[in-house]
Design a protein around this ligand. Structure first.
Ligand SMILES: [Zn+2]
Length: 346
């Protein structure tokens, strides 16, 4: 089996996690991936929408393929500069407000500056608000950003360069533990991007190339539902979406295997493609878990909905507490890279 450099892949992932990229403000993360891929025999281009399209010519072109993973993440945008100098946010992507309560964040201003802050309920102190603080419904109008700057009024906040429409990135709080866990926000889907890049490196290190011409589509609008609705070449016959595997009650996926999704909220993935992915895992002894996700959509379905005529599959590393403070393990990253390597060579 081709060797997987898990330390290199983890280091790449940590750097990507520390590069803020809420959907709509992803240029830095796209540049980070492009710079890493420049070391490999790929043709690199950005489409107008800002996605990175990397093509590896491969040994054959009779069944061109594509892989997609997304660098865009959950985040927020300034909706209102409030009279008290704090910020009301609008969410980017789907998450519960309580999953970001107390989280650090960075407001990225038009002039390229930043201001740090914390997302808090409008009644945030148990000593001041008592039971009201506990019972306050966590919804947009009841949450605000407390900026780390001396401001108590809207004009003082505006003087910091902050305005409606500024993007807000959540602190990822990346940590790699001695036991091999990676805990961070936004493993969805930076872990997916990392396993694609890890698979490209594994092939290149072994002096191999994909069996088919392969397009690597690094998406930048997945969390809002239309990332891969464009950017997949028209002659591509198979699209493999590499996105987080859901982990939790009622599911088989875990943080130590590669997850293969049979069906999600958008319906079933291609049966023949899924069976081939399972067969590749069986043949190479790669730990995998089959699952059906109750609340989930992918860029594979975005391509389908946009009218792409191809088969679609979905795999990815298992991620616990998705869209909250997430966690996976290096074993799941390794299994995901191994499956991608086997697929690319098949
Ligand atoms: Zn995702």
């Amino acid at each position: 089996m081709v060797k997987v450099d898990i330390d290199w892949t983890t280091e790449f992932l940590v750097g990507l996690l520390n590069t803020p990229s809420p959907t709509g403000d992803t240029a830095r993360a796209i540049a980070y991936v492009r710079d890493a891929l420049a070391a490999f025999p790929l043709q690199l281009t950005l489409n107008r929408k800002g996605a990175l399209i990397a093509t590896w010519p491969g040994a054959s072109t009779d069944c061109p393929r594509a892989l997609t993973a997304h660098v865009d993440t959950l985040g927020a945008m300034v909706q209102q500069v409030k009279g008290n100098g704090r910020l009301r946010l609008t969410q980017i992507g789907g998450y519960a407000w309580n999953s970001v309560e107390g989280e650090g964040c960075t407001v990225m201003t038009a002039e390229g500056g930043h201001c740090s802050g914390t997302i808090l309920p409008t009644k945030s102190s148990v000593h001041v608000h008592g039971q009201e603080m506990r019972e306050l419904e966590r919804k947009g109008e009841n949450m605000e950003v407390r900026l780390d700057a001396r401001t108590g009024a809207a004009d003082e906040t505006r003087a910091l360069g902050i305005e409606v429409g500024d993007f807000v990135a959540l602190d990822p709080r990346v940590q790699v533990t001695e036991t091999g866990f990676v805990r961070s926000r936004h493993l969805d889907d930076k872990a997916g991007v990392a396993v694609i890049v890890g698979a490209i490196k594994a092939l290149a290190d072994a002096g191999l190339q994909p069996a088919q011409r392969t397009t690597f589509h690094i998406s930048n609008y997945e969390e809002v539902g239309h990332g891969a609705s464009t950017g997949i070449p028209a002659d591509v016959q198979e699209l493999l979406a590499v996105d987080m595997g859901a982990v939790g009650e009622g599911l088989q996926g875990d943080e130590f295997s590669v997850s293969i999704c049979a069906k999600d909220s958008g319906g079933p993935y291609d049966l023949g493609f899924r069976r081939r992915l399972v067969a590749l895992c069986e043949a190479a002894d790669i730990p995998y878990r089959l699952d059906v996700y109750p609340y989930y959509g992918s860029d594979g379905e975005a391509a389908w909905r946009a009218g792409a005529d191809l088969v679609v599959g979905l795999i990815g590393p298992g991620v616990d507490a998705s869209h909250s403070y997430e966690r996976t393990h290096q074993d799941s990253l390794t299994a995901s890279v191994q499956l991608l390597v086997e697929y690319l060579l098949s």
